[in-house]
Write a new protein. Structure first.
Length: 216
């Protein structure tokens, strides 16, 4: 009986490790694809090289922004799954759904970088980031079901809402950017990412679980 139980635990750990390794690999590929849109400036004269460098402003902005946002999502995914103890098919399926819009980031990043002032590419960029954020929030919701029975230490209702708030913070920020793009304020809305720490701070102030008081 013990051997059978140990065998099941081993298989369970292998499945969990494969899911997490696969996710990390997808993130690594997405980050690598982002840089492929950056082409070295070429030109026979100084003026041509200067023009080529100026043309890099949009792609470079898109690359830096996308790299930072994808890194934020990777850190959020790490925080979400680091306490996961057991493999779970619903969590795995939702994790794949979360990765779907993540794989679109290089596409919308390249589109946005090639037309920095265009409302359509920026709106598409916002939508993909919102989808990534919603996917991460659903992952938190599914993983923490049943009082966090899949997680080390479990999870209280207050912590669950706190984790959901943190997961949706990038989505709320880019929703502001999407509204700005639709209203014609593309240049201003492209800095909506500065709202991410604001939303994180708000959720931390109002939802973060307080440590239990030490017994006297």
């Amino acid at each position: 009986m013990d051997q059978h139980h140990d065998h099941d635990d081993h298989l369970d750990k292998r499945r969990l490790d494969r899911m997490l390794f696969f996710t990390d690999a997808v993130f690594a590929i997405v980050l690598t694809l982002l840089v492929l849109e950056l082409k070295p400036p070429v030109g026979a004269t100084a003026a041509e090289r200067a023009a080529a460098l100026e043309a890099l402003i949009g792609p470079m902005f898109a690359f830096v922004l996308s790299f930072a946002i994808v890194a934020i999502f990777w850190v959020a995914h790490l925080a979400t799954t680091q306490r996961l103890l057991r493999f779970d098919w619903p969590v795995t399926i939702v994790n794949l759904i979360f990765l779907l819009p993540m794989c679109l980031v290089p596409f919308v990043s390249a589109w946005m970088g090639s037309a920095l002032s265009g409302p359509e590419p920026w709106a598409a960029y916002d939508l993909v980031m919102i989808a990534c954020s919603v996917g991460n929030a659903i992952l938190v919701f599914i993983q923490s079901r049943g009082g966090g029975r899949l997680m080390a230490g479990g999870m209280t209702t207050r912590e669950r809402f706190y984790r959901l708030g943190r997961a949706i913070s990038p989505g709320l920020s880019f929703a502001v950017g999407l509204v700005g793009a639709l209203e014609g304020y593309v240049r201003y809305s492209q800095f909506c990412w500065v709202l991410i720490p604001v939303f994180l701070t708000v959720f931390q102030l109002f939802l973060k679980p307080r440590p239990a008081p030490e017994p006297a």
